[in-house]
Design a protein around this ligand. Structure first.
Ligand SMILES: [Zn+2]
Length: 321
């Protein structure tokens, strides 16, 4: 997983290499055309000299000189265009084809990072999340409410479908109006009830709104942090602490150590102090089990800082096959 800064650097590198490539291709096409039409360089040279003369005259010349030079420019342009057309080209045939018309693949436009860089960063983050999660980036419109029983079930004290519809609507609003002022969420419920699906659908929508979203499964995060625990600096730690939205999936599946518990406390606490929202999902349904696993201090911090979304119903993974 890359930090936001690393992501921007690689996006910029990619865009600037597009620039190089477009220039090389254009140059090759021009050279090929020159081999076919030997008088081409001379005509382009003439056209450029006329352009320079026109711009010089527009500043220093008399109106008559300007008119004369403009006429010569038009004549040179017409001669070149006619020749190009005869060979199946046009006057822009040798212009580099940049993918971004604003910055011409330089990554900067009007002194700022161009929007194509921001777009690419989002795309790279999406690819990263898809590669890391089992579900790829889900969408709200592929969430199937009809898989949840539509009747009152005494065990839950509610109608699962109605209940899940409320959760679904809440998550959709959460994502569509995403800002870093959003609350933390703790999604709990047995496996296969759609927690990761909704968390990733939120990630997807928040990414489209330009947020820096990180997704990581608890197992991966704790494994990696355990390996890096003696490192002085860690990109992963920085990324997790600074992302505008962190999705920490499947809490409870990690191999837990004392260090892991204090690391979780650190995540919950640091992100709370920085007012950055986090979505946790877990199969641990009972609060006392959370307290027993992560210690009273960490579990209280977690529970106290999150809005609780409890998922219930049937395992939808079984219904999807
Ligand atoms: Zn651009």
């Amino acid at each position: 997983m890359q930090t936001r800064e690393q992501l921007y650097k690689s996006a910029l590198r990619q865009i600037q290499s597009n620039h190089q490539r477009a220039c090389v291709i254009a140059q090759k096409q021009y050279e090929q055309a020159c081999a076919e039409i030997p008088q081409l360089p001379a005509l382009f040279g003439q056209l450029n000299r006329c352009k320079v003369a026109v711009s010089r005259c527009s500043v220093f010349g008399t109106p008559e000189q300007l008119a004369q030079q403009t006429q010569q420019l038009e004549a040179a342009d017409a001669e070149l265009s006619a020749l190009l057309k005869k060979h199946g080209y046009h006057s822009h045939s040798f212009d580099p084809q940049f993918s971004c018309p604003l910055c011409k693949d330089r990554g900067e436009y009007q002194g700022k990072t161009c929007r194509c860089v921001h777009l690419l960063v989002r795309q790279l983050r999406r690819q990263e999340i898809s590669a890391l999660s089992a579900l790829e980036l889900s969408r709200f419109d592929t969430f199937r409410l009809e898989y949840y029983p539509n009747q009152y079930i005494a065990e839950y004290g509610a109608n699962p479908r109605q209940h899940m519809e409320e959760i679904f609507n809440y998550c959709q609003k959460y994502a569509e109006h995403f800002t870093t002022k959003n609350p933390n969420l703790l999604m709990t419920g047995s496996a296969g009830l759609g927690k990761t699906h909704l968390a990733l659908a939120i990630a997807n929508t928040a990414l489209s709104r330009g947020a820096d979203v990180i997704y990581i499964s608890s197992r991966n995060l704790f494994d990696q942090m355990e390996r890096e625990k003696f490192a002085l600096s860690s990109d992963l730690r920085q990324t997790v602490m600074e992302a505008e939205l962190l999705i920490l999936d499947d809490l409870g599946t990690e191999f837990l150590t004392q260090y892991g518990i204090s690391f979780l406390y650190d995540i919950v606490n640091t992100r709370m102090l920085r007012r950055l929202p986090t979505i946790y999902t877990t199969n641990i349904v009972k609060e006392e089990m959370l307290r027993a696993r992560y210690t009273e201090k960490t579990a209280s911090r977690l529970l106290g800082s999150c809005e609780l979304l409890t998922f219930f119903g049937n395992d939808i993974r079984l219904l999807e096959h």
